[in-house]
Every structure is written in structure tokens, then in C-alpha cells.
Design a binder for this molecule. Structure first.
Ligand code: MF3
Ligand code: CO
Ligand code: CO
Length: 268
């Protein structure tokens, strides 16, 4: 039976309780792929090989990659190494010992989008990267704690920015999280900085990502000539974690939690 699609005046769709199940299935697959790629992240492997393995996992699950064919993008993942902030393109470049990298995967299952990313290290984790990755993961989870009905998107951004800046790191302004659900990118823009009480009020049934990018140096980025790869202008290291979540009556549900409990940078 057809029922009316509910949209807020800011253009944010409110999904129904039954829609959460679609997001759970898609989110779980994306997170499971990030679990299963972890043992392959070693010095000497190329990011193209990692991407090919991810594409095979998407296909084997009977799902579709949301990124292949998206605005001309050709790969099943974005792989962003060291000072690459996001949208790194898989290539024949080999990982070196001590490289840190974000792998970002978005799948479509039965029309529902699951979008998640996390950090990995090839070989030994360098000391200065350790704290960056830790703070970025904490920032995501602190943002998620602020994601509940009655709070605003500005509350989420403020919580993230405060934690990052308290640790003398910087929040990237040039990229943000986004609504998703039966589409990849929808309103609102989910900023990872902001002021308490500003922005749209969170309501039950909103589905969106939170995906803070944190730099050890300054926040400014630039996009390389390939039109995708975003890097820190000052070449400082950058990290990112991303979850897809849904607002519930009480707070929120994380759709992309690691089934193996491996989301945390230390990989249990
Ligand atoms: N998954 C990314 C996000 O978090 C988007 C990647 S788009 C691509 O929104 F085309 F670069 F893959
Ligand atoms: Co996203
Ligand atoms: Co993503």
C-alpha cells in the first residue's frame, strides 16, 4: 500500500520504522566488507588490488557498488593514503610500511544505501598517526552521541569540532556528511563543525552519515588534477571515519557497526 513520503521544510526525508531494516542490511554489508578487507592491508599491496577485492565482495553478495558510475567515478571504493583527505582513487600504487589509509565503501542492497569508512595501517602504526586516528574515531562517536531527537545538526558539528580542537587538530570544512537512504546523497549537508542549537532539528526517521575528516595540521584542502583526490594543503596527515545512522525515538541506530567488532583503529 502506498503512503505519503514525509519531508521536512529543510528538504530532509523522514523514513518509516519499516525502512530501518533496509538500512540495517545495506549497512551491515558495507561494514562486513570493511572487516574482511582488513587482513589484505599490508605493505606491498596496491590500492587497486584492495579495490578489486572489494568490488568482488560487493558482487558476491549480490549487491551493487554505489560509487561505480557515480559522477564518472570508476571504482568500488575510495582509498585515501596519509595526507589524502578523501576520494583517493585506487591505483597501482603499493602501500608502504607505516602508511595510514581510509577505505570508504558504499553499497546498494535492495535500493538501500550503506556508506561507511574507517582507518587502516600498512605494517606498523607510526606514533603521530596513532593519536590522529584515535581522536578522529572519538570525534565520530561523540558526534553520534549528539544525534538524537530535539538536538540540532549544529549540536553534532559542535561536539565533533570541540573534541578535535581540544586535541589541537583541525576539522576539514570542505567536505561533509549527507542524508542517504534510497539515494546516495540527499539533504542535509552534515557539517563536522558548528554552533550549538543551529541548523535543522533532528527528528525520528532521518537517515544520514557522519564522516569527520581530521588533519594534524591546518584544515585547508585542495583537489588534485584528477578532479577527485582531495589532499591537505599543508601535506599534514589526515584521517576519517564514517557511519550511516538513523534517528530513533530515543537516540540513533548505527547501521554500519562492524559485525566483527573491528571498527576501532586498534582492531581489537
Ligand atoms: N562514500 C563517499 C561518501 O562518504 C562518496 C564517494 S563518491 C565517489 O560520501 F565517487 F568518490 F566514490
Ligand atoms: Co558518505
Ligand atoms: Co563514504
Amino acid at each position: 500500500m502506498d503512503h505519503k513520503t514525509r519531508i521536512t521544510r529543510e528538504g530532509i526525508r523522514l523514513y518509516d520504522t519499516a525502512d530501518f531494516e533496509g538500512m540495517r542490511v545495506a549497512g551491515r554489508l558495507a561494514a562486513d566488507i570493511l572487516d574482511r578487507i582488513a587482513p589484505m592491508v599490508v605493505p606491498g599491496v596496491t590500492t587497486g588490488e584492495l579495490d578489486a577485492a572489494i568490488e568482488a565482495m560487493v558482487n558476491d553478495a549480490g549487491a551493487t557498488s554505489a560509487t561505480i558510475g557515480y559522477k564518472g567515478y570508476k571504482h568500488a571504493s575510495c582509498i585515501s593514503i596519509n595526507h589524502v583527505v578523501c576520494h583517493g582513487i585506487p591505483s597501482d600504487k603499493k602501500l608502504k610500511d607505516g602508511d595510514i589509509l581510509n577505505i570508504d565503501v558504499t553499497v546498494i542492497v535492495d535500493g538501500w544505501y550503506g556508506d561507511t569508512s574507517r582507518m587502516y595501517v600498512a605494517g606498523a602504526l607510526p606514533r603521530k598517526a596513532e593519536r590522529l586516528i584515535e581522536v578522529t574515531h572519538e570525534a565520530l562517536m561523540i558526534g553520534i552521541e549528539a544525534a538524537k531527537p530535539g538536538n540540532t545538526f549544529g549540536d553534532i558539528g559542535f561536539a565533533i569540532q570541540s573534541h578535535v580542537e581540544k586535541n589541537r587538530m583541525s576539522v576539514v570544512r570542505d567536505f561533509c556528511g549527507h542524508g542517504l537512504g534510497q539515494v546516495f546523497h540527499a539533504p542535509p549537508n552534515v557539517l563536522h563543525y558548528g554552533r550549538p542549537g543551529t541548523g535543522p532539528v533532528l527528528q525520528e526517521g532521518m537517515f544520514f552519515t557522519i564522516e569527520p575528516m581530521v588533519n594534524l595540521g591546518r584544515p585547508e584542502t585542495k583537489v588534485l588534477a584528477d578532479d577527485w583526490t582531495a589532499v591537505t594543503r599543508d601535506k599534514s596527515l589526515s584521517a576519517q571515519f564514517e557511519h550511516s545512522i538513523g534517528i530513533t525515538a530515543e537516540g540513533c541506530e548505527i547501521f554500519t557497526l562492524s559485525p566483527a567488532g573491528r571498527f576501532h583503529p586498534t582492531y581489537g
